[in-house]
Design a protein. Sequence first.
Lengths: 284, 334
Amino acid sequence: MIEVEGLYYSYSNDDNFAVKDVSFKVAEGEIFGFLGPSGAGKSTTQGILTGLLQLQKGNASVAGYDIKNISRKMFNKIGMSFEQSNVYSKMTAKENLSFYSKLFDVETRDPMELINLVGLGGKENMRTGEFSKGMKHRLTFARSMINNPSMWFLDEPTTGLDPAIAADIKDIIKEHNNKGVTVFLTTHNMYIADELCDRVAFIINGEIRLIDSPKNLKLQYGKKLVEVEYGQDGNVKKETFSTILQEDKDLLNKIIADKEILTMHTKEATLEEIFIKVTGRGLA
Amino acid sequence: MMIKNIWIIFIRDIRVNTREFMTLYMMIIPLVLAVGINLLSPGINDTSVNFALVENENPEQAAYFDDFAHVELFSDQQRVEDRVRSRDDVVGILPKDNGYYIMTQGNESELVLEYAKLLNVLYESDVQLEDARSEIIEFGRTVPPLKKMLVNMLLLLISMLAGMLIAMNILEEKMDQTVSAINVTPTSRSAFILGKSFTGMFVALFSSIACLLITGFYNVNLGQAALVVFSSTILSLLIGFIQGINSDDAMEAAGSVKLMFLPMAGSIAGYEFVTGNWQIFFYWSPFYWAYRANDMILSKSGTWPRLILYIGIILAICGAVYTLLAPRIRKGLQ
């Protein structure tokens, strides 16, 4: 669905590249996460792939369309949810979606259906200038689905949303992905990437350092340990056991059988820890 | 597809412009000014010959003149002189020795002056309306000059307001950051620019024609007037786009477009008050040519070859400005 090869981009048109020799492929139906801290080159890459930035060097194709000579028809197939909410503040939520739906030349979704989907039902006739930041963000997200995209670009889709709404948004993304929609997710939120992505790419200073699935990364970089807290003679004891050594496994089984288990955690690495290990920098 | 999207953008802009005080004001104020011009200056269908006489000095003469022209009466000779000095054509008839003398400002039409002389002679010869064997059908000057000038200025103001409206609409897109959202739809940048321009052009054309009708200029060639408005509005639209892109708030955008008032006012003053030899210094200004073309149309003396020449000059100047500004407009809308 996306093929990128040797992509370079410089805002100052010199050797000061914001994106350097970026290459990757995203298969149809995949959720591909682009992880990196602010200024790493995530949005630049996404900008090039969505035609918002001119391709300078390298090759890229999205949904079968060559990005070098973008056909406007490509936009009938793609949806884009921006990190910064961008809706017309003098128009109502419904008018916003109706306006955008008319700009496409494919069958579009009912604005009210999308408004209800993102939890803005009842606010459809309110001007978005009166919306909170989170409401505007949800509407921006809803708008990205208006043309039933098969390729969906999501830039920080849950940023600034309360946990309940963020969970709903994640569910919507999963649901659409289950229907075959390919997702290109740009985020610095490791949790959403971990939950949603089939594969993630770590990008830093404009270069991709690693591409793999979250599961593989955890196996590769995580510690194979279990940490257990249990009650014994009125006291709380805390011990760590290897999940590989037979002796530790036997001991763990005995504690589970005989003692009262208070907490038990595997010591697998988080994506953020892996990111720091690989790049030497945090995601914030 | 492109035409459909231009239309959708145009309809959105028109709808949103009616919701905001400043943009609504820009669309309505020309019509209010047109009504004001009607109230403040003589109507186009009124007689174009005005006499100022001293009240009670010779009521019989005043009544006689009133049968053939518009008569204004003043309490003394000084007030008559003051009235004659005003902007529009008024001829004073003042007593001297045993007769009357005709007082003019000096810039009145020869036809008006001749008519005043003739009417005075006819009165002194005691010729009555019943004695007349001929009928005056047309008098030459059909449009009061003050009104013509005001309406001409209003037409230029409308094109400027269209530019301001574009600046406001671009500013709205910029502040809401919606241009990037449009750029990920099948709408091309050209369709977006044309849709925005169509809004300004429609408002300019609609307001101009409405103002011509309100002020009584319904007998002028409206097609010619529309062509001049169209060409002179192009420059305002280009400036509107640039100022919308470069401004950070509504007041800044409106203020920077207002800078265009300077060349506009200079062009009007140049055409009206500067002698022929010096008018060459205003040839660079599209407003000068638009004012000149409008003057011709409002006087109903416009010929197509001259009009096409004036419009050609305006479009050539706009073309040069477009060449300079187009890359910045396109970049600003990325």
